[in-house]
Write a protein that binds this ligand. Structure first.
Ligand code: FEO
Length: 402
């Protein structure tokens, strides 16, 4: 493929040569409502270096963008900051077309590329803190193990004061604009938070350590170039500051009410619980699972101090949609949350007990025993639901201050 796609200059020596995926709506279980980008970058110094590649269907688009700045298609080196397939999936094919003299990755990255490509990609390992001369420009590698995979690293280009931050500080957002300062702030904030909640929340303690480490390195950063979403060239500390706040997971006054229902009873209970929360001064983020994707629930939970889960009992189990959302949320390891379980049942009523046990496993602080209602809640049962909401709100008030 040639023509039609061109590179976008990001800094003196760096061009964006990635791809925009307008149509994807799934990233391993995460609803990417606004599509995404797979960002690859070309460093043009004395040598030409490609940083990361793109998802396989977009190889042609990347190659066309590379050709727009390097007509002879000669690339000396490829740096693979992260071997997840959205960044390395086209690496073997790209290497065949670009003939780089070397492909570099972290030590874990080399192993991961071997396991992905079984010899079709020969990469050499670079060490944490190692620097490389790219033909008059200097790059330093910063290992970021487990952010987002064990192989992950970032690359800092000293001459342009630019950090290739791989999955860090990114978001799933397809756009014609390449820079964050060209996009609406509320969209950046929502999609940045959604990305953090769904991809990085379980790694919060590591992210706090990484931010501290990068702060101590005292690198002047004028551009942050992530592997997804827009490039930050203004207000560059905005995302690192948000990451520090999100990773701290400090409790807030708001609460998430997530539920599903069979015949409307657990729905009624959820609505009464939400009334109680609001009456107690806690904004309730109500997520009926027929209308809310699990990844949107996770996003709401990032900014909430409590999780209240409602499920009917079906065949002695938690309702399947609730089990799915809870399995997903448990994996994201939210910290510092209060919790409660509620739901309606017909004859055995195990769901709320199962949920309470799961919430305990998730190390959430139980505010009260599970609240169960047989069949359809009457006025007195709904008053109990409202009371549950008020109790959680009072506890959140205690935790967060008035
Ligand atoms: Fe964008 Fe962890 O891959």
């Amino acid at each position: 493929m040639s023509g039609g796609f061109s590179a976008v200059r990001v800094s003196e020596r760096v061009w964006w040569v990635g791809a925009v995926d307008w149509s994807t709506r799934d990233f391993h279980g995460y609803l990417t409502s606004r599509g995404t980008t797979y960002n690859a970058y070309l460093i043009k110094a004395g040598k030409v270096t490609l940083v990361d590649t793109v998802k396989p269907p977009f190889l042609g688009e990347m190659m066309a963008r590379i050709s727009s700045v390097i007509p002879d298609g000669k690339v000396d080196c490829i740096i693979s900051n992260h071997s997840e397939m959205d960044h390395s999936g086209s690496l073997a094919e790209a290497a065949k077309l670009l003939h780089p003299a070397k492909i570099l990755a972290s030590a874990n990255g080399v192993k991961a590329l071997q396991s992905h490509f079984h010899g079709a990609v020969e990469a050499a390992a670079v060490a944490d803190g190692e620097s490389l001369d790219l033909g008059g420009a200097r790059a330093t590698f910063i290992e970021t193990k487990m952010i987002h995979w064990p192989d992950s690293m970032m690359t800092y280009l000293h001459d342009d004061r630019l950090l290739f931050s791989q999955d860090g500080f990114g978001m799933h957002l397809a756009s014609g604009e390449r820079f964050a300062d060209e996009l609406p702030g509320d969209v950046l904030l929502y999609e940045g938070a959604k990305y953090f909640a769904n991809i990085l929340m379980p790694l919060s303690p590591l992210i706090e350590k990484l931010l501290e480490r990068v702060r101590k390195l005292n690198l002047p950063i004028e551009v942050i170039a992530p592997d997804h979403g827009p490039v930050w060239r203004r207000d560059v500390m905005r995302m690192p500051e948000l990451y520090a706040a999100w990773a701290a997971q400090r409790p807030t006054r708001s609460a998430v009410v997530v539920f599903d229902t069979m015949w409307g009873s657990t729905d009624l209970m959820a609505r009464a619980v939400a009334e109680g929360l609001a009456a107690g001064g806690s904004p309730a983020r109500v997520c009926p699972l027929r209308a809310s994707h699990r990844s949107d629930v996770a996003t709401e939970l990032l900014g909430a101090g409590a999780l209240l889960v409602g499920s009917p009992t079906m065949n002695n189990q938690v309702f399947p949609t609730v089990a799915d959302a809870m399995c997903y949320l448990e994996g994201l390891r939210p910290r510092n949350r209060l919790c409660a379980a509620f739901g309606s049942y017909g004859w055995s009523g195990e769901a709320t007990k199962l949920l309470a046990a799961q919430l305990e496993r998730m190390k959430m602080e139980k505010v009260c025993e599970p609240l169960r209602v047989n069949y359809v809640p009457d006025g007195s049962a709904l008053a109990e639901c409202r009371k549950l909401g008020e109790t959680v709100a009072a506890k959140l008030r205690e935790r967060c201050g008035a």
